[in-house]
Ligand binder design. Sequence first.
Ligand code: C2E
Ligand code: CA
Ligand code: CA
Ligand code: CA
Length: 271
Amino acid sequence: AKALGGGRFELFDVTLRERMQRRLRLEQDLREAVHNGQLWPAYQPVVDLRTGEMVAVEALLRWTHPKHGEISPVEFIPLAEESELINVIGKFVLRCAARELARLRAERGLDLNLKVNLSVRQLDDPGLVPAVRDVLATTGLPAGSLCLEITESALMRDEAAAAAVLASLRGLGVLLAIDDFGTGYSSLAQLRRLTLDTLKIDRSFITGIAESRDAAAIVTSIIAMAHAVDLTVVAEGVETAEELALLRELDCDQAQGYHLGRPAAAADLFQ
Ligand code: C2E
Ligand code: CA
Ligand code: CA
Ligand code: CA
């Protein structure tokens, strides 16, 4: 590389080294963040389109870093997924959110379901199913009010291995959702085999449905297909009243998005 005239390659080496050092530091910070209160779940409302009522909340992890401020899960979840750290973080968010929701249900009499995102890597963790069982037992959250969301693209990469773990989770009585639907390539047959409960249509399909007949036609057919195999359909990323009205017309079951409520700390959402 040096023979090619140096400068450029050396510069590349330096920035690469800097990037790797930042990643390493961030990963170290993330390991500690679980234990020092910097990681916390925000909650976004999920609304039933027939009644207009909030029927669930989705836990979305937040990291308040003492030096860098708010770091997006889009950055730190993939970092955690590179090691077993995702298992630690995944169990943390599950326990923390289940405890918080069980308390809200008991103290306020709220009949709310809880949705928690599961990284596909967590399906390889032999401690996952026991951890979910333990969280339900210790918090008293009814199994049927917990829904675990797994992204479509991740799920389909190793369908056979995923199916066995999903069956064990289902055996505990929890609900299962396929997240970001439309970004992968699953077939109706796969959706049936996996015996899921809920299908979440990815935001990229919802954006623009009010303006584009083609976009609306795609969503219409996803909803019809999901209903044909008895899945509850949730639209994510609903940002306007027009999108909401159209989804109701299209017989979508539930919706989530900035128009209905942004993710917020439990104290702010339920004050
Ligand atoms: P996701 O599960 O698809 O979550 C939806 C994302 O869309 C959230 O981003 C949410 O804040 C955002 N969102 C909701 N409504 C709207 C809207 O109307 N417009 C727009 N533009 N965005 C909207 P967030 O919180 O940044 O999370 C990003 C992703 O990080 C999540 O996507 C999920 O894949 C992952 N993630 C978050 N928390 C966890 C967690 O506890 N565990 C795991 N494994 N992944 C998580
Ligand atoms: Ca999700
Ligand atoms: Ca999603
Ligand atoms: Ca998404």
